[in-house]
Design a protein around this ligand. Structure first.
Ligand SMILES: [Fe+2]
Length: 322
């Protein structure tokens, strides 16, 4: 079996996929699975981190944004390992999860493999994780099973609701559930009205929106239909600084569009092709996460690869005119 045992497959967190594959033998099923880079088993990071040594004040905040990390395989471990290394150098207290945190199986079943094992150093250090719900199971999209799985994610991660706002230091971070059917369509949910109202009452210096489906993307899925029409005017009206999304498995940053910078940070465990659009400032097909530091009205963000290489660095000034 190409030197990889069933035990190793399961230990790598392949869960249901690994079980099914080994159950039917090699014939035409295991090998295609093993050929997928994001399914190759990997070592979980074990680095011990000093707990709760980050600093958050009214002026200062740092955090990580990670998208589409849910394989439990080697590449997911490499990204998670670099997140632990980054904490060791510049401790941070929060991770913004941009959705799709469990591929190839139900999150409740795969919780240890796709979340606890890779994030163990950060969990032990007391880092908290806030989830922007993703579609994460295209086969289950909008089905009852899909919603059951989302409920398991919300429960296991102690997420306060399907959409919510968290205030950390000088920033309000608005978490949306972009998997809701019709969010950007004619049956637009209450969520956008909530966002409009909550942004209107925000008094924080920074306003950041986290969601799974990107309003602007040059990746495989591309820009989310009707987001430009339904969501973007709300973001612009309330001077949102930064929108963080995933879904496309790459890194992309837009030029500021009417003052709003849009980032796709979806390289948490696998990559897909990305092109360039008129709105693109930087686009790369890479494994990565985004590390963000805010100091008063100044934000610096770095797109970090598993090697530690900085693939992109950008700065923002808090928007004026609020
Ligand atoms: Fe997705």
């Amino acid at each position: 079996m190409s030197g990889i045992s069933r035990r190793q497959l399961l230990a790598a967190g392949l869960g249901a996929a690994g079980t099914v594959a080994t159950g039917v033998g090699l014939g035409g099923y295991v090998l295609p699975l093993l050929a997928r880079e994001d399914l190759i088993p990997g070592e979980a990071p074990t680095r011990a981190l000093e707990p709760e040594v980050w600093e958050i004040t009214d002026q200062r905040l740092n955090f990580v944004a990670l998208g589409d990390n849910g394989s439990g395989g080697r590449q997911a471990m490499a990204v998670a390992g670099r997140m632990a290394d980054t904490y060791a150098n510049r401790p941070y207290g929060h991770v913004v999860l941009l959705g799709d945190i469990s591929y190839y199986g139900n999150f409740a079943d795969r919780y240890d493999d796709v979340f606890v094992r890779p994030m163990r150093p950060l969990l032990d250090a007391g880092v908290t994780f806030d989830l922007a719900i993703g579609n994460h199971d295209e086969a289950l999209r909008y089905s009852d099973e899909g919603f059951e799985e989302i409920e398991a994610e919300v429960r296991l991660l102690d997420t306060p609701g399907r959409y919510y706002v968290k205030t950390y230091g000088p920033a309000d971070i608005f978490f949306l559930d972009s998997s809701v059917p019709g969010l950007f369509g004619p049956r637009s949910s209450d969520q956008l009205a909530w966002l409009d109202d909550t942004l209107a009452s925000s008094t924080s210096q920074w306003r950041i929106v986290a969601m799974h489906h990107p309003p602007y993307s040059s990746g495989r899925h591309g820009s989310t239909p009707r987001a430009e029409e339904m969501l973007v005017p709300i973001l612009e009206r309330h001077h949102v600084d930064l929108v963080l999304a995933g879904h496309d498995h790459n890194y992309e940053r837009t030029h500021p569009l009417d003052g709003v910078t849009y980032v796709v940070s979806g390289g948490g465990c696998k990559t897909t092709k990305v092109g360039h659009s008129s709105f693109t400032a930087v686009a790369e097909r890479i494994l990565q996460f985004l590390y963000v530091e805010i100091d008063d009205d100044h934000l610096v963000a770095r797109c970090i690869r598993p090697s530690g290489e900085i693939a992109d660095r950008f700065e923002l000034r808090a928007r004026e005119g609020r």
